[in-house]
Ligand binder design. Structure first.
Ligand code: NAD
Length: 402
């Protein structure tokens, strides 16, 4: 019996991969499958809370929990290693801690920051990408306030923060900053009127997926708290002084001692190295979440581009979608183990909320626009639900937002 066990290999313990494993371990017996999970960190982190840790409104420790605390060690072999190569012809994956063979592979390697080759961006701007970047950025912001307070010859740019991109990440980060800045001013005795936060966005409109009412709410909320928007202004370079932007065909230098790039994400670089037809680290999947020519490879989360039947554009990359895909893949693997056909993935859109600090926000939930405390409450429900779905009531109690 045990010799027939299929080798299921899951790469990545983000929302998609970890959800697949936590569901699989409930449904599949140890006799049916040998499940191996590979992840470069020993912990899972709440990627959707990174803007909070980056601004310093939440401690980075609150975003992480050990992967081993949510997996069943009798069923899942956890390998703390980095994936270095996927060899789909040999059905093997190379990692920094050995080579693993598979019968069924789940690729869930997640996102990284994309700077589109903009000169100096990687070197001079902070990214909102992982726990390390969040720690660096929150410390840097505080250091600049402390430095300003302690210096005799004050550098006004210590109190200037540039945020590139007014997508969800940029806006949610700005919302957190407007919570954090008054705290820092109070702590270091800095006049809040001297703080300058500027958001630079290339497109003429921010948050295009939201109604005009919601967009106006966001802009008013942030402007009232001192954020200046430069819309329709592409960033063309970054240097030690800040961003270089283009306005009316003229280049202009915006100065700040903190520049944050929140203007683009892509799937893992490993995707291009491992598969054909990959764009910005994402591969188009079939309806059952496998990929063309490989019924034994599922690709989910931010490295996948799932185009719902009858539509033309792939779904965006969100935690909600990644978790639903993880759960669906677990079902499909169970089907394969039982000799049944796989089923198509159907995304259930439960709505979207964009937070503005911890007490405000906007969203479109159950077909309705919501703003203010209602949106902030919904966001906490969404955040806590994600934790619950990975580790049950115990984890939700420890890490949830209520
Ligand atoms: P994004 O790609 O959605 O937004 C990036 C923004 O940066 C865009 O508005 C773009 O026009 C702008 N930009 C790009 N290049 C620029 C340049 N050179 N100069 C100035 N502006 C430039 O990225 P994101 O906000 O990180 O979101 C990534 C994904 O994650 C999206 O699918 C989003 O829906 C999802 N997300 C969702 C939530 C949520 O549901 N609350 C939160 C964060 C992210």
């Amino acid at each position: 019996m045990a010799q027939n066990r299929k080798k299921v290999l899951v790469l990545g313990a983000g929302y998609a991969g970890l959800q697949a494993v936590t569901k699989l371990q409930k449904e599949v017996s140890a006799n049916e499958a040998e499940i191996t999970l590979v992840n470069k960190n020993k912990y899972h982190y709440e990627a959707t809370w990174l803007h909070e840790a980056s601004a310093g409104t939440l401690n980075y420790e609150d975003l992480i929990y050990p992967i081993e605390s949510v997996i069943d060690k009798n069923k899942v072999n956890f390998i703390n290693a980095e994936v270095t190569k996927i060899d789909r012809n040999a059905k093997k994956v190379e990692t920094t801690h050995g080579i693993f063979e598979y019968d069924i592979l789940v690729v869930a390697l997640g996102f990284e920051s994309e700077t589109f080759g903009i000169n100096g961006m990687k070197e001079h701007a902070f990214q909102i990408e992982n726990i390390h970047t969040a720690r660096e950025l929150s410390r840097h912001i505080e250091d600049k306030f402390a430095n300003y307070a302690a210096s005799k010859e004050k550098d006004e740019n210590d109190l200037a923060i540039l945020v590139g991109g007014a997508g969800f990440t940029g806006i949610e980060f700005l919302g957190e900053l407007t919570d954090r800045i008054p705290e820092l001013c109070n702590k270091y005795g800095v006049d809040q009127n001297k703080v300058k936060i500027t958001c630079v966005e290339a497109m003429p409109k921010i948050l295009p997926m939201f109604s005009e009412n919601l967009v106006n709410y966001v802009v008013n909320y942030l402007e009232e708290r001192g954020v200046e928007f430069k819309i329709g202004t592409p960033i063309v370079a970054c240097n030690e002084k800040g961003f270089k932007v283009k306005t009316n065909d003229q280049e202009q230098q915006l100065e700040a001692n903190t520049a944050v790039w929140a203007a683009g994400v892509r799937g893992s670089q490993l995707m291009e190295e491992s598969f054909e037809g990959v764009k910005r680290g994402r591969i188009v999947t079939k309806q059952d979440l496998t990929i063309d020519g490989h019924d034994d490879i599922f690709v989910i989360g931010d490295v996948s581009a799932f185009i719902p039947a009858g539509e033309e554009r792939p779904l965006p990359t969100t935690a909600q979608i990644a978790m639903q895909q993880g759960a669906h893949v677990a079902k499909n693997i169970e089907n394969i183990l039982n000799g049944q056909a796989t089923t198509d993935f159907e995304y259930i859109d439960r709505g979207t909320v964009c937070s503005l600090g911890s007490h405000d926000g906007v969203g479109h939930v159950f077909g309705r626009d919501i703003t203010g405390k209602k949106a902030a409450f919904m966001k906490k429900v969404i955040d806590t639900r994600a934790v619950f779905k990975m580790g049950g009531v115990g984890l939700a109690f420890k890490k949830g937002k209520f």
